[in-house]
Structures are given as C-alpha cells and as structure tokens.
Design a protein around this ligand. Structure first.
Ligand code: GTP
Ligand code: MG
Length: 136
C-alpha cells in the first residue's frame, strides 16, 4: 500500500490543529503508521526543501519551519499521496477550496503563504525520499 509524509507545520501545531488534521486523514480512511514531534534544524529543512533552494521564498520558508515544533505523520492508504494533496487543498490558503484543510483552517492570507498548515509529499519519489529523511 502507498505511503506519504504529512507534516503539520509550526502554525498548525501552535494553533492546536494537529488533532483536527489527523481526524480528517483518518476520516478519509487513511491509516497512521508512525508519528513524531520534531524540532527541525536547518540541515533537515534544507534537504527537505532542496527543490526550492535559491528561490526568493526559501529563506523565510526555512525560518518559519524552524520557528516551532512540527508533527510528522507517516500515513498509508490507497492513492494516499494524491489523496492527501487534495485533502490539503492548493498551496495558498486564500485560494484553497472549502472542505480542504487549507481552505477551511488557513489564515493570515497574503501575509505569509508559507503558513499553510500542512505539507504532503507530491510524488512516490518525493514520498520515499522525505519519509527516509524524517523517519530514518
Ligand atoms: P508543500 O506540501 O508544503 O510542499 O506545499 P506545496 O507542494 O503546495 O508547495 P511547494 O512545494 O510549491 O512549496 C513548498 C512550500 O513553500 C509551500 O507549502 C509554502 O509554504 C511555501 N511557498 C511556496 N510558494 C511560496 C511563495 O511564493 N511565497 C512564500 N512565501 N512561500 C511559498
Ligand atoms: Mg511541495
């Protein structure tokens, strides 16, 4: 069965939304396989966001991700990689559809697009790479 990495970003943890986000994942029928509370360091985040290194938002993004604890979920399910991306909604919470995590729970629109509550792997290759990074 397919697996993906979900991160509840520092804004989601600080706003006590970890349980609500997990509830939505489980309600969809996906299973929690492993879970971890992590204070991520720059090395981990630079590896995690390697594809964005050099982009103008890279610095602020890493700084934000370092700003507080993150909850990492290893989640399993049929077509879970694509399925979680659709549960999360589009990157910018102000554009994310109602019914999605970002669309229902996102805040501070335009101020900081990086504060969009969750991360989900975007392909089987990313999922394998990211799960190895966050869960060894
Ligand atoms: P993730 O699931 O977090 O990877 O989101 P995504 O796949 O929807 O977005 P992408 O991988 O393109 O970007 C990674 C993260 O960088 C996003 O979730 C945002 O937090 C942040 N980000 C992306 N684009 C921008 C931008 O234009 N400005 C700012 N400030 N942050 C951005
Ligand atoms: Mg991405």
């Amino acid at each position: 069965v397919e697996e993906t990495l979900v991160l509840v970003k520092p804004d989601g943890v600080a706003r006590n939304l970890t349980g609500e986000i997990l509830r939505r994942i489980e309600a969809k029928g996906y299973s929690l396989v492993d879970v971890k509370l992590v204070q991520a360091d720059r090395t981990l985040l630079t590896q995690h966001y390697a594809e964005h290194e050099g982009k103008p938002f890279f610095g602020p993004l890493v700084e934000f991700m370092e700003s507080g604890p993150i909850v990492a979920f290893r989640v399993a399910g049929n077509r879970v990689i694509e399925g979680f991306r659709s549960l999360a909604g589009t990157t910018d919470p102000s554009k994310a559809a109602p019914g999605t995590i970002r669309g229902d729970l996102g805040r501070d629109w335009g101020v900081a697009v990086q504060q969009n509550l969750v991360h989900g792997s975007d392909s089987p290759e990313s999922a394998a790479r990211e799960l190895a990074l966050w869960f060894d």
